[in-house]
Ligand binder design. Structure first.
Ligand SMILES: Cc1ncc(COP(=O)(O)O)c(C=O)c1O
Length: 499
């Protein structure tokens, strides 16, 4: 349940944020991560260059960008060193060699370790997850299996503001089947155009409208733009009751929100591991295939193997027969049977390091902190005394904690974004922008503190004030016909440091 911060008269103070941090049951996990220092963020080279990195810059930055790229766990380097040592010492034997001090299973089995760890995070049964490829690639592989248009059912429903890659993937499948998007692609537009909010009933109504002709529904678990968390269970069950196959893009949901993909009877899902899963930029991704679709059976009469059709590769073949080099494809049972290539062990090792950090807690505890942390961010954004910056922004993300994860999307008044981002960067606050006017702020519960959230809002207030002043100056300059040059934020005076 959401905490009632408003009941405490001290709730806007930094002391209160610090007090919340002392009560945080996950505070020790922050220490598992490497938080870029403010000095490092200003460096011009990776190697230590003392010129641009002063000792006072060694304070951790306020990193609220785990929705884009999660931070590096400290143990990632140890795991990767171990991988590199194995490779350098044993070469090809690394595939099979069991070492006493190894951080992972031998490479030939490393995908089992990653898949098992992922199952816990997304609520899958053992065998329902494969760690493979990348998110968009996995959407393609899923659609190759689960989008089987017929004369009666051929449409795909997605949402109108879907991440572009999902649009492109869906378009390409329609085109692959010689279908015209004009009468094959149904876009669910937000029920509230202003906030981009998708009401569940609105989604269900659109599904119902096209129910008889739709083959596939593909939606995001958590929306990348607003952070809205859709009701996966209700939507999946409703669409399936109409005979529609249901897939989810969980890029912003995996590692953010407790998922129950098996119990929700989701047909398939795909996600990346570089956001809340902290496995590193572009790291290997996840694919969920429900148990019911992963079965491999032998037809008693014909002796022919029966299984869901797929794009196949040798890594999806029966493991015992993998090195026999036989021609017939005998898929492994479960999601593993969708694998194609031997996975990048570098990626898998990095993911194993991150999964070990997740193993220090559980998704329920992570979620409980997340609800409180994001709620605190929302509380501060609503109640902070912004002075002349009052009314300069609004919140797009739903206010109901049940309808969001670890992200608040803030929409700024026109013409403020660029300066707000410049000032934030200057102050060592890392958030991300969606042009023309949205700032996404993501307090990741594994490593962010209440102090981070407090500091963000404090810097945000000042960034807004600089942006407003700059805008006014510009307006004045243009109305007097002067074309005045305006100073950048780094030249503004009176910027006390806020920790
Ligand atoms: C919601 C969503 N879908 C798809 C993608 C594409 O991911 P990838 O580049 O890993 O395929 C992203 C990337 O951020 C995303 O946020």
């Amino acid at each position: 349940m959401a905490a009632d911060f408003g009941a405490n008269p001290q709730a806007l103070t930094q002391e209160y944020a610090k007090e919340l941090d002392t009560q945080d049951p996950l505070r020790h996990i922050r220490d598992e991560f490497l938080i870029p220092t403010r000095g490092n963020l200003k460096r011009k080279s990776i190697a230590n260059d003392t010129e641009s990195s002063t000792p006072s810059d060694s304070t951790p930055s306020t990193y609220l960008c785990g929705n884009s790229l999660g931070l590096q766990p400290k143990r990632t380097r140890t795991y990767l060193d171990s991988y590199l040592s194995t490779w350098s010492q044993f070469g090809v034997h690394g595939h099979f060699k069991e070492m006493q001090d190894a951080k992972t299973l031998p490479w030939v089995n490393i995908d089992e370790q990653t898949s098992e760890g992922m199952c816990k995070i997304v609520g899958a049964l053992k065998g329902e997850v494969a760690v493979m490829q990348s998110l968009t690639a996995n959407l393609h592989f899923s659609m190759a299996s689960f989008y089987r248009p017929s004369k009666e059912r051929w449409k795909i429903i997605i949402e109108g503001k879907a991440f572009p890659s999902d649009h492109y993937a869906v378009y390409s499948h329609l085109s692959h089947h010689n279908l015209d998007p004009a009468d094959s692609l149904i876009l669910i537009e937000p029920s509230d155009a202003e906030t981009h909010y998708f009401g569940t009933q609105h989604i269900l109504d659109t599904i119902a409208e096209h129910a008889e002709t739709t083959a596939l529904l593909l939606l995001p678990g958590v929306h990348y733009y607003t952070g809205q968390y859709l009701d996966i269970a209700t939507i999946t069950s409703f669409a399936q009751s109409k005979g529609i196959t249901v897939g989810w893009d969980l890029a912003h949901a995996a590692g953010n929100i407790p998922l129950h993909l098996h119990d929700w009877n989701v047909d398939f899902a795909a996600w990346c591991s570089y956001k809340y899963l902290n496995a590193g930029a572009g790291a290997i991704a996840g694919l969920f295939v429900h148990e019911k679709h992963g079965r491999v059976t032998k037809n008693e009469k014909s002796g022919v193997l029966e299984y869901t059709p797929r794009l196949s590769g040798w890594w999806g073949n029966d493991k015992d027969a993998r090195f026999r080099m036989e021609r017939d494809f005998v898929p492994m049972v479960g999601a593993a049977g969708w694998q194609l290539s031997n996975p990048s062990v570098l990626d898998c090792t990095s993911l194993c390091a991150s999964l070990a950090v997740f193993g220090m807690t559980d998704m329920g505890t992570i979620r409980a902190k997340s609800v409180k942390l994001t709620g605190y961010l929302e509380f501060l954004l609503h109640n902070w005394h912004m002075g002349e910056a009052d009314g300069a922004y609004s919140i797009l993300t739903p206010s109901n904690p049940e309808e969001r994860g670890a992200q608040i999307s803030v929409r700024l008044k026109e013409g403020l974004l660029e300066t707000v981002m410049e000032v934030s960067e200057e102050e060592g606050v890392v958030v991300d922008e969606r042009r023309p006017d949205v700032v996404r702020v993501a307090p990741a519960p594994l490593y962010n503190s209440f102090g981070d959230v407090w500091r963000f809002v404090s810097v945000f207030e000042r960034a807004l004030k600089v942006a407003i002043a700059k805008k006014k100056k510009k307006k004045k300059g243009s109305s007097s016909g002067g074309g005045t040059m305006v100073d950048g934020p780094s030249k503004e005076k009176g910027w006390g440091d806020v920790t």
